[in-house]
Design a protein around this ligand. Structure first.
Ligand SMILES: [Zn+2]
Length: 152
């Protein structure tokens, strides 16, 4: 559980300055991975240094957000700060272009429909009112368009 919630309410990527643009892209509703200029390894969340060849040269690559559910779990007893949201379901998704992430299931997928192996669309969301940018993702039916969090 502690690992799960390190991803929520906290910036879920390396704060390295080289990838600071990641947050800006997310604000625009774009899900970005880093792609190593040396070996082509795609990393999500983005990493400034390639975990495969240790090169520090990378470019951002926009992901489609298409993915497949690897596993999921229902959270009934939510940790502090999330009580109002429980019960909710989170899932781990393998992204089509590479990388893996953890996200909530959004409104477009009823709990009873969730299955391992099902295709999903990852949608980035941000609580913009918080100075320390809080990123999370929701899993929606394939074809769900990007939805930016309305901060008003
Ligand atoms: Zn590399």
């Amino acid at each position: 559980m502690s690992i799960v919630f390190e991803w929520f309410g906290k910036v879920s990527y390396s704060p390295h300055t080289k990838i600071a643009d990641f947050a800006r892209h997310l604000k625009d509703g774009r899900l970005m991975a880093s792609r190593c200029r040396q070996c082509g390894y795609v990393s999500f969340p983005p990493r400034a240094d390639c975990p495969q060849c240790l090169s520090g040269e990378f470019a951002f690559q926009e992901l489609t957000g298409a993915g497949e559910v690897v596993t999921f779990t229902r959270i009934d007893a939510a940790p502090a700060g999330f009580e109002d949201l429980a019960p909710f379901v989170v899932g781990v998704v393998d992204l089509a272009e590479g990388g893996r992430l953890l996200a909530w299931f959004g409104d477009t997928i009823p709990e009873g429909d969730i299955a391992i192996g099902m295709p999903v669309q990852v949608v980035p969301r941000i609580f913009e009112e918080i100075e320390e940018i809080k990123v999370y993702y929701s899993l929606e039916r394939p074809g769900t368009s990007w939805v930016k969090t309305d901060s008003s």
